[in-house]
Structure formats: C-alpha cells, structure tokens
Design a protein around this ligand. Structure first.
Ligand code: C2E
Ligand code: MG
Ligand code: MG
Ligand code: MG
Length: 286
C-alpha cells in the first residue's frame, strides 16, 4: 500500500514536472518568433523626485503580449531568455526602443527626463556590449547622461573583473549606472567601493514592510546612509503607501518609484501622466 502511494506520488510529481517542462518549451519556442512578430512592448514607470514633486524619469519594463498565452510576465520569460541567450536580441531591442522613446519625449520639450533600462547578466558578458550601447546612443542622438543602465548585483558578481572593466568603459561613454535590487545580492562593500556606479536602487522587498518591520527599516536607513557616504544617489523601488514615502523622505531618500506614483504603463499613458503632472505643478506655482 505504501508502495502504491509512493507510486502515486511519483506520478504526481511527474505530471507537475511535465507541465513545467511544457510551459518552458512553449515559451522558449514562442520567444524565438516574438521579436519579429512585434509581440514585445515597453511600459514606462515614473521615477519621482519627492522634494520637487517632479517626474524625473522612468524605468523601461518589457511586456510580452502573446496571441495565445496573453500577457506573459517578465519573471516567466526573462530567466529563460537569459538561459537560452535570446535575451541578447531582446535586450538590444529594449535598449534601442527605450532610447528612441526618450529622445522623442525630449524633442517634444522634456529635456531633463532620463530613462533607466535593465541589463541582464548575459548582455553584460557580451564582448560588444559597450559598442552596442555607443551605437544606440549615436543612432538615436540621445545624450548619454540621460541613459541609466540598471545592473543587478548578481550580474556584476558573475565575473567581477570583467564587469568592473565594462562599467569603466560605460562610464567613459557617459551613461549612468545603477545597481538594481540592491541588498538582495552578494556584492561586498569592498566591491561597491570599486564599482563606478552612480545609483543604488533599494530593493522593494525591503520597502514593503518598512513601516512595520524594524529590521527592514534598519536595512533601508543603512542603505540610504551608505549611498550618501559613498556619494551615490539612492532610489527606492516598490513605494506603495504614503507611510512608506514619509519614512523614506524623513531618512533622506529623495527619489522614488512605485505604484504610489504610477504603475508601469504604455508610452501614450506615460505622456498623459507627464502632461497632467506638469499642469498640476504649474497650477501650484501660480
Ligand atoms: P526590476 O528591474 O526590479 O523592476 C521592478 C519591478 O517591480 C517591475 O516588475 C515593476 O512593475 C515592479 N514594481 C514597481 N513598482 C512596484 C510597487 O509599488 N509594488 C510592486 N509590488 N511592484 C512594483 P516587472 O515589470 O514585472 O519586472 C520584473 C523584473 O523583470 C524586473 O525587476 C527586471 O529584473 C526584469 N525585467 C523587466 N523588464 C526587463 C528588460 O527589459 N530587460 C531585462 N533584462 N529584465 C527586465
Ligand atoms: Mg530594474
Ligand atoms: Mg529592481
Ligand atoms: Mg526587483
């Protein structure tokens, strides 16, 4: 009888594993045609300077609208695309599309805006990555200082020596560098000191329970102080409530990103939000 149950259990796991494998294969093969079929789009989430109330820029976040699977969330396909290397073509498309979009918004009069773009470990490891960034900047005419590349700690730690050199080359181009999801990876303070980065992005897992969990509060205030002492900018992600905003502001974090200010949204909606916030600011000034 035990054997029978064991057998069933084995079957159960096999079915679950099969399903996982099925989803994996389905996504992997759909990814191969996604770009040419124009199934990807970028959404833009505002980043706000809470001392002025201005939208200072946005993070570009990829969305995949598949004809049968519907919207496929990044966590379902980005890791897979990294494994297969498909992230290289996708990432190149993201970078070009994001830079072109910001260039258009700047040409329409919003010169100060900047854009943050996520870079995967695979892209960072490509020998021609820096060259490809330079090309996109040249082709779009976007000023390098308006582009911020978000690198995760783990991407950088994959090959510290190489990443350090790539970051050096990117800084020579004049782009801004941010460490995304800061605090969740395993880079040491010694590394942080040597990396030529401009911004630490506090991971949203620390922000979530900030006002109720003293440990999270301690971590967040420490990261803000660390950034300040190292002369780095700091931005909090995942800010959803006024209480979180008040806490962060009180502890010296000026830059925020989160649902409180706006979800990631299509370009047209982002433009409408910009216009709305400009109108509100000028009304409050007159
Ligand atoms: P990330 O770069 O840390 O992006 C922030 C994620 O937090 C986004 O999820 C965003 O929608 C979400 N978020 C923003 N504000 C809030 C909030 O107030 N509350 C909550 N609960 N979530 C919030 P998304 O768009 O699903 O992306 C997930 C991850 O997928 C990203 O994390 C990034 O690692 C990756 N990703 C997204 N787009 C790209 C891309 O174009 N290239 C690469 N390589 N990775 C990407
Ligand atoms: Mg990011
Ligand atoms: Mg992040
Ligand atoms: Mg994250």
């Amino acid at each position: 009888r035990a054997k029978e149950m064991g057998g069933n259990q084995y079957q159960f796991y096999t079915a679950a594993m099969n399903e996982q494998l099925g989803e994996r294969l389905r996504i992997e093969s759909a990814l191969r045609t996604g770009l040419e079929r124009r199934e990807f789009e970028l959404h833009y989430q505002p980043q706000v300077d809470c001392t002025t109330g201005r939208i200072m820029g946005m993070e570009a976040l990829i969305r995949w609208r598949h004809p049968e699977m519907g919207m496929v969330a990044p966590y379902r396909f980005i890791p897979l695309a990294e494994e297969t290397g498909q992230i290289l073509a996708i990432g190149a498309w993201v970078l070009r599309t994001a830079c072109r979009q910001l260039r258009d918004w700047q040409q329409a009069g919003r010169k100060e805006l900047r854009i943050a773009v996520n870079v995967s470990a695979r892209q960072l490891a490509e020998p021609d990555f820096v060259q490809s960034v330079a090309e996109v900047l040249a082709d779009t005419g976007l000023a390098p200082c308006c582009l911020e590349l978000e690198l995760t700690e783990s991407a950088v730690m994959d090959d510290v020596a190489h990443a350090t050199e790539v970051m050096h080359q990117l800084k020579k181009l004049g782009v801004q560098l941010a460490i995304d999801d800061f605090g969740t990876g395993y880079s040491s303070l010694a590394h942080l000191k040597r990396f030529e980065i401009d911004v630490l992005k506090i991971d949203q897992t620390f922000v979530r329970d900030l006002t109720v969990d003293p440990d999270d509060a301690a971590i967040v205030t420490t990261i803000i102080a660390l950034a300040g002492n190292l002369g780095l900018d700091v931005i909090s992600e995942g800010v959803e409530t006024q209480d979180q905003l008040d806490f962060l502001r009180r502890h010296g974090c000026r830059h925020m990103q989160g649902y409180l200010f706006g979800r990631p949204m299509p370009a047209a909606d982002f433009l409408a939000l910009l216009e709305q916030s400009e109108a509100a600011l000028s009304a409050s000034q007159s």
